[in-house]
Design a protein around this ligand. Structure first.
Ligand SMILES: CC(C)(COP(=O)(O)OP(=O)(O)OC[C@H]1O[C@@H](n2cnc3c(N)ncnc32)[C@H](O)[C@@H]1OP(=O)(O)O)[C@@H](O)C(=O)NCCC(=O)NCCS
Length: 331
């Protein structure tokens, strides 16, 4: 695929409140040892009471604008990837556009759960082929803590909140910083949609004062999900490398979706990418769904793990089921 999209000014915002595994031991029937040995997670950030997901998106968006020197009025599109939107409508993108004073931008959300960042790259790079002069703000955000059942120990230990944002523009636009999107592949299997769900939509009717149903909260069949996650992330990584005439030897850094250390290690082992080439921060953030990969890319770059000229392979998997992979070449 011809490179048409450049990502720059990637920043991340995590809410200051931290929940450690020891905090969770006080909320549910679990132990630090179980969580660390099964998932690799030690702590996660969660949105404080009274705060909104749009507080997170506004904070990181303003920092992206500052880092890029782009004014809100210069933006042509605002795209938000999330599976925990602040409201059913208006969209999280319109809420953010209003708070930023962005004017008459095209604003819309992308719902692809943990694969949201990759679906957003897929959609935005397509739009950039049609409108090469566009200047897009992409924000990935989740407030999964608001839909976690804190008495369900099989899910509540896994997730965290956070946001990350970047500018997407034509690959030939001046500046040349950041990373060029070499290719992106997105896939799904709606036949497995029951494996991870968060309700609260219009699938059930409510009257004023009704209590929410069980379906309102996040539900996941962990074992089945694990099996699909490893298989599909390996397949899609092999496919994107093959269709670009590359092998794992051409990958400098591997940034997989940060859901679970065991999944990351299993995918890396099957692909033949291990050690220093694999970036991991799930221990400090848990699974932040759509925000997971951009948050990890931001942190890897901050830590100097992505030297100039690096080719980065990213892959994600999530509810839907959805999954995908992308190749990024850093300037
Ligand atoms: C969720 C996950 C960590 C569970 O690990 P697992 O090894 O499959 O564990 P199981 O669900 O089979 O449960 C094993 C036991 O641990 C218990 N358990 C589950 N959560 C626990 C917790 N937080 N603390 C202590 N025990 C727990 C179970 O009740 C079960 O007990 P039992 O054997 O007495 O019935 C794992 O399945 C997983 O990572 N799945 C993928 C999840 C994911 O990343 N999803 C997001 C994709 S985007």
């Amino acid at each position: 695929m011809d490179a048409t999209c450049r990502m720059s000014a990637l920043v991340a915002t995590s809410p200051p409140k931290i929940l450690t595994n020891e905090d969770l031991v006080r909320l549910t029937d679990t132990t630090d040892e179980w969580i660390v040995s099964r998932t690799g997670i030690r702590r996660r950030h969660v949105l404080e009471d009274g705060k909104l997901p749009s507080d997170l998106t506004l904070d990181c968006s303003l920092r992206t604008l500052e880092a890029s020197g782009v004014a809100a009025s210069d933006l042509t599109h605002i795209v938000v990837a999330t599976c925990t939107p602040e409201m059913l409508t208006p969209s999280s993108a319109c809420i953010l556009a209003g708070k930023m004073g962005a004017g008459n931008v095209a604003a819309f959300d992308i719902g692809a759960a943990c694969t949201g960042f990759l679906y957003a790259l897929y959609v935005c790079s397509g739009l950039l082929q049609r409108e090469p002069e566009a200047r897009m703000l992409l924000v990935c955000v989740e407030a999964i803590s608001r839909r976690v059942n804190w008495t369900d120990r099989s899910t509540c230990v896994l997730f965290g909140d956070g946001a990350a944002s970047c500018i997407l523009e034509g690959a030939s636009s001046p500046g040349g910083s950041g990373a060029v999107l070499e290719d992106v592949l997105c896939r799904s299997d709606g036949g497995q949609r029951h494996l991870i769900t968060i309700g609260g939509g219009t699938g059930r009717g409510y009257g004023p004062g009704d209590a929410v149903g069980e379906d309102f909260f996040l539900h996941m069949q962990g074992r089945e999900t694990y099996r699909h996650a490893v298989r599909q992330m390996v397949n899609v990584c092999e496919d994107i490398l093959a269709r670009n005439g590359l092998t794992v030897a051409d990958v400098d850094v591997f940034v997989p979706h940060q859901a679970n250390l065991r999944i990351i290690e299993a995918v890396g082992a099957r692909l033949g990418i291990g050690g220093e080439r694999v970036f991991v921060n799930v221990d400090r953030y848990g699974n932040t769904s759509a925000a997971s990969i951009p948050l990890a890319l931001h942190e890897a770059a901050e830590e100097g793990r992505i030297p100039s000229g690096s080719r980065v392979l990213v892959t994600a998997f999530g509810a839907g089921l959805t999954w995908g992979a992308a190749l990024l070449k850093y300037a």
